[in-house]
Design a protein around this ligand. Structure first.
Ligand SMILES: *Cc1c(COP(=O)(O)O)cnc(C)c1O
Length: 464
């Protein structure tokens, strides 16, 4: 077998990558022409590539490395568990200590009476579980016609057939026969882009009431659940107007439907609490988790459900669903160690009292830039909108070219920031220091300036 190591020249690694590796959400030929960036190591909030260049990772990997890179304790927990019991399944009336401990720990942390955990290996799998689980739940209660799940346009709930159908992304639905039957979508609470002349609070109420209208249109007897991220992540870090969630909660309470909060990003400290539901005062019946539960060191996802749902499920015979790696002992052991670190190192206090206020100040100031239409943050979650005419909240309408320039300039200046349409988004590791936040904001400003210069030279800015 060929030995492929970090010591090969970058160009050789890139050629091998292009020859054999199909990348997710990527134009293969475009990537092959350019060559993928090869990341070789990481520590704290800093990545190093195969050319020895360092980058501040303002995306925490892919929204997941909450406690930062290079934590020995997580490596040790994985190694110890692999030596003790590397794998055993949780089918057929067996269990093991890591799954028992993590289920108990999650039940203690989750809000309300969400005390029961169904394990998976990813957010996509956990949301697939949710689709089957809520339909099975209503069938067990004698209402098998309650099968429709309402989600939102521009939501992200995963990429499998089920979770990709819940996702409200038209580019995904255009390929592979999505959505599956009985999934409906309502509008998103994106005031900046879609609110027009409405006041944000009025717009928030209007978008929330689309849920009530959709329930009426479909018939309440057909609707099983509503699923939403407390704050949309991949859709562009869209922080909803203040009126939005209280109205959604009222509607969910007034109708016989379950509320699923997809906390895959919001969970485990991103908003300053264990769960985004706590920050936004949401009372879900089911929570989806993944990503930050292990800080991304190993894959793990889960659905956490209420006492009353668990009671119905447990009384309905076999639930014919599960994954080989449901409750994988190594994933559970790493998650437990990650949760211990978040707790004992006061990471939530650090987010609430230190990092989030500093980020809000430094990030908010980017709104003074002539090409930035808004710059907002909540906890360690932030986004800004690039605009050719900020007073009109105008979009570029260029398929995101200016934002891609900005992203490229970030990479070239030691910062990983993501582009979604006209929006630049970040979700840094929660352990980030105020000095590192300063570096992040300084580098972001440099990149926005470079993209602005390019937009002007291309004649993309509004006249005047
Ligand atoms: C990433 C994500 C998922 C999917 O998780 P995977 O582990 O990639 O399958 C689901 N929901 C939200 C909100 C996410 O951000």
């Amino acid at each position: 077998m060929t030995l492929i190591s970090n010591h090969l020249p970058t160009a050789e690694l890139q050629a091998l990558d292009a020859a054999h590796h199909l990348h997710p959400f990527t134009d293969g030929n475009a990537l092959a022409a350019k060559g993928a960036r090869v990341i070789t190591k990481a520590s704290g909030v800093t990545l190093t590539d195969s050319e020895g260049r360092e980058m501040l990772d303002a995306m925490a990997g892919l929204w997941c490395v909450n406690i930062g890179y290079g934590r020995e304790e997580l490596a040790a927990a994985a190694a110890a568990q692999m030596r003790q019991l590397p794998f055993y399944n949780t089918f057929f009336q067996t269990t093991h200590v890591p799954a028992i401990s993590l289920a108990k720990q999650l039940a203690d942390l989750a809000p309300g009476d969400l005390n029961h955990v169904f394990f998976a290996s990813s957010g996509s799998e956990a949301n697939d579980t949710n689709i089957r689980l809520v339909r099975h739940y209503w069938a067990a209660l004698g209402k098998p016609e309650k099968t429709v799940i309402i989600s939102r346009q521009n939501a992200y709930h995963g990429s499998s057939m089920g979770s990709g159908s819940l996702s409200g992304m038209s580019a995904m639905h255009a390929q592979g026969g999505l959505p599956i039957p009985d999934i409906a979508h309502i509008g998103q609470p994106y005031w900046y882009g879609e609110g027009g002349d409405m006041d944000p609070d009025e717009f928030g109420l209007m978008r929330a009431r689309e849920l009530e209208e959709k329930i009426a249109e479909l018939g309440e007897n057909r609707v099983a659940a509503f699923i939403a991220e407390p704050i949309q992540g991949a859709g562009g870090v869209i922080i909803p107007p203040e009126t939005y969630w209280p109205e959604l909660q009222r509607i969910c309470d007034a109708h016989e439907i379950l509320l699923i909060a997809d906390e895959v990003i919001c969970g485990f400290g991103r908003t300053g609490n264990w769960f985004g539901s706590q920050s936004l005062n949401i009372r879900p019946d089911i929570i989806t988790i993944a990503k930050g539960v292990t800080s991304g060191y190993v894959p793990l996802g889960a659905s956490i459900v209420s006492d009353s749902i668990a009671e119905v499920l447990n009384g309905a015979g076999d639930f014919n669903h599960g994954y080989t790696y449901s409750g994988h002992p190594v994933g559970c052991a790493v998650a437990l160690e990650n949760l211990r670190i978040i707790t004992e190192e006061g990471i939530l206090d650090h987010v609430r009292d230190v990092a989030a206020p500093h980020l809000a100040q430094r990030w908010g100031a980017l709104a003074d830039h002539p090409m930035v239409g808004e710059a907002r943050s909540l906890g360690m979650f932030a986004s800004l909108a690039l605009s050719p005419d900020k007073s009109a909240r105008a979009p570029f309408g260029d398929g995101g070219a200016v934002a891609m320039k900005c992203r490229e300039a970030c990479f070239n200046n030691g910062l990983v920031m993501r582009a979604v349409g006209d929006r630049m988004i970040i979700s840094p590791p929660l352990c980030i220091t105020t000095a590192e936040i300063d570096t992040l904001a300084d580098r972001a400003l440099v990149a926005i300036d470079i993209a602005h210069g390019w937009a002007k030279s291309e004649g993309l800015m509004a006249a005047g």
